[in-house]
Design a protein around this ligand. Structure first.
Ligand code: NAP
Ligand code: ZN
Length: 335
């Protein structure tokens, strides 16, 4: 019998406790990965607290995993022993639906999230379908690369899919784990980048990460001042906001894209979308192909997470700090 050791949550909002499970026999299409690093995404916090009503307890959180392949299922042809790989939000998909066949596995209706109904990366090992174990470019350090596996792809995909280019004026709202990577990727796409933040003390760092402008959203009237300014706004905030003010901040044909999981419905006046031919959209993570592309872009353009390191056994401290919005900018657990 093999055993995997990690830290699991047993009830909504509870602390993580040491936990072990028997992963059973290695499936033909699976790899086993010895984990070196795992980022702490705010989605882990939502899952721990069951904010989305989909958590299945007990479970080990963690879906920004980096490690080394230590076992190969009998049918695995795409990975090798000893290879350094990363795993993000998705651990498996059906493989046969139209979306899987198009290489857009993240849209598969049977997609299996890495730590919903499965155990994730706050552990010593993990097993996933080998397709979802993505090789990491050598230039990327494991600690700075782990947060790219969910945070990075979630901000990279919408910039790419909505055609952000050098002429684009882009705003990234919320400079946390996702947002600080969003600023860097938007810069890499050549855009003029504005960071929107409730934390005035992030201004210098946001500019150092590549933002051209900084808007303190706690300043009264700050959003009014930038009305009609942006082609693309990316919201990474997990709280409700002044949606109407952001739609007003778009230029004609602009798009407001949400990746942050705000709790209440988004309400904006229909006419504010109609008149400027504006759009609101959402975006999930990305496919294995998108992940490889994003990692390659990160390696070439020097996009990397600014991290705060915690020992795996200190996962509770990391989660508490994420909840208080005190991490600059991604907590990473290490074994
Ligand atoms: P994070 O590191 O906690 O960063 C979120 C940032 O939002 C904070 O740093 C803060 O930035 C801002 N913020 C927090 N509370 C706020 C409030 N009450 N009002 C306004 N701004 C606030 O979280 P994350 O890991 O980047 O994740 C952000 C969200 O994206 C979460 O909801 C997460 O579940 C979601 N997510 C979605 C996907 C997807 O597939 N779409 C993937 C990953 C994560 P400032 O200090 O700059 O204001
Ligand atoms: Zn995530």
């Amino acid at each position: 019998m093999s055993e995997i050791h990690g830290f699991a949550v047993h009830a909504a909002g509870a602390h993580l406790l040491a936990y072990k499970y028997d992963p059973g026999e290695l499936q033909a299409n699976e790899v086993e990965i010895k984990i070196s690093h795992c980022g702490v995404c705010h989605s882990d916090v939502h899952l721990i607290d069951n904010d989305w009503g989909i958590s299945k307890y007990p479970f080990i959180p963690g879906h920004e995993v980096v490690g080394i392949v230590v076992a190969l299922g009998s049918a695995v042809k795409d990975r090798t022993m000893g290879e350094r790989v990363g795993v993000g939000w998705q651990a498996d998909s059906c493989g046969i639906c139209e979306w899987c066949r198009q290489g857009q596995e993240h849209l598969c209706a049977k997609s299996q999230p890495t730590c919903v109904g499965r155990n994730g990366g706050f552990a010593d090992k993990i097993r996933v379908n080998s397709k979802f174990a993505i090789p990491l470019p050598e230039a990327l350090e494991s600690e700075n690369a782990a947060p790219l596996l969910c945070g990075g792809i979630t901000v990279y995909s919408p910039l790419r899919n909505h055609g952000v280019r050098p002429a684009s004026r882009v705003g990234v709202i919320g400079i946390g784990g996702l947002g600080h990577l969003g600023v860097q990727f938007a810069k890499a796409f050549g855009a003029e980048v504005t960071a929107f933040s409730t934390s005035k003390d992030k201004e210098a760092e946001a500019l150092a990460l590549g933002a051209h402008h900084f808007v303190n959203t706690r300043d009264t009237g700050a959003l009014k001042k930038v009305a009609g300014s942006f082609d693309f706004l990316l919201s990474t905030v997990s709280a409700d906001q002044d949606w109407q003010a952001y739609v007003s901040a778009l230029r004609p044909k602009g798009m407001f894209c949400v990746v942050g999981a705000a709790p209440s419905p988004i309400q904006v006046a229909a006419f504010s979308l109609i008149s400027g031919q504006k759009a609101i959209s959402g975006s999930p993570t990305g496919s294995p192909y998108d992940l490889s592309e994003m990692l390659d872009v990160a390696a070439r353009h020097g996009v990397k997470a600014t991290t705060e390191r915690f020992a795996m056994a200190k996962a509770n401290d990391a989660v508490a700090k994420v909840k208080k919005n005190q991490v600059r900018y991604r907590a990473v657990l290490t074994n």
